[in-house]
Design a binder for this molecule. Structure first.
Ligand code: UDP
Length: 239
């Protein structure tokens, strides 16, 4: 394929819910296979791909706290959930013959590698997909923040957030028919308008380190590939 790549190295954030597909809980193998296919297309044109996967399809610390658990314990469970999702993703990628590894912020010897920035960069440079698991390794953070953090650390050109809607809207488009879609937003606009793009920590990290962020709908076939070759899908958040 001789398409011009706009981005050489990207960090793609996949929420746990995205892996759930139409199921109410857990992981849909069909969705995994589709994601492996789409990521494989990027690898095929020489784009280096880092993935951060969420855990909301299994456990969320805040929800567990509401159910009566200790928050930090709940967050630990949430982070372990992201490791399970990462294992499932790695499995799907490897079945599609896409070299990949999982690097966890929480060491789990014999199951996954421990996160090491230099090893991650070397693997990405070799064209391997690196799945970053266990978020930041700390409670009270989210995998959105982990995605931006890892993106900055490995010097990605762009952080991509895959969501259900095709970008950022002035209101929830599922609830408000007058909601308008933004093509572009500055970091400060996101903060001032209190738009729910990512949590504040993640947006502030992007702003402070000048990391561009694109929010798009993964469900749109080919959207991911289109973005890395310079397509204007979804909403760009940048300076
Ligand atoms: N989590 C955490 N620290 C992190 C990342 C995640 O404690 O750095 C926990 C937190 O409880 C969170 C859960 O892991 O609710 C799953 O992550 P997240 O909610 O970000 O997943 P997503 O919404 O993307 O599926």
């Amino acid at each position: 394929v001789s398409r011009d790549k706009k981005y050489k190295r990207i960090l793609l954030k996949l929420s746990g819910e995205a892996l759930m597909g139409s199921l109410g809980f857990g992981i849909d193998p069909k969705v995994l296979d589709r994601m492996a296919l789409e990521v494989g297309q990027l690898v095929g044109i020489g784009v280096q791909v880092g993935l951060v996967v969420g855990g909301g399809n299994l456990f969320r610390g805040a929800a567990l706290q509401t159910a009566g658990l200790d928050r930090v314990t709940g967050d630990h469970m949430g982070m372990l959930a992201t490791v399970m999702n990462a294992l499932a993703l790695r499995d799907a990628l490897e079945r599609s013959n896409i070299k990949s590894s999982v690097m966890s912020a929480i060491p789990m010897s014999g199951v996954v590698d421990h996160y090491d920035r230099r090893k991650a960069i070397r693997a990405l440079t070799r064209g391997e997909v690196v799945i970053f698991a266990a978020g930041t390794g700390n409670p009270f953070f989210t995998t959105d923040s982990a995605a931006v953090l890892r993106g900055i650390e490995v010097d990605a050109d762009l952080v991509l957030k895959a969501t259900k809607v095709d970008g950022v809207y002035s209101a929830d488009p599922m609830l408000d028919p007058d909601a308008e879609k933004y093509d572009y937003l500055s970091y400060d606009e996101v903060l001032d308008k209190k738009l729910e793009v990512m949590d504040l920590t993640a947006i502030c990290l992007c702003r402070d380190h000048n990391m561009p962020l694109r929010v798009f709908a993964m469900e749109q076939q080919g959207a991911l590939l289109n973005i890395v070759v310079g397509g204007e899908e979804g909403t760009l958040v940048a300076t």
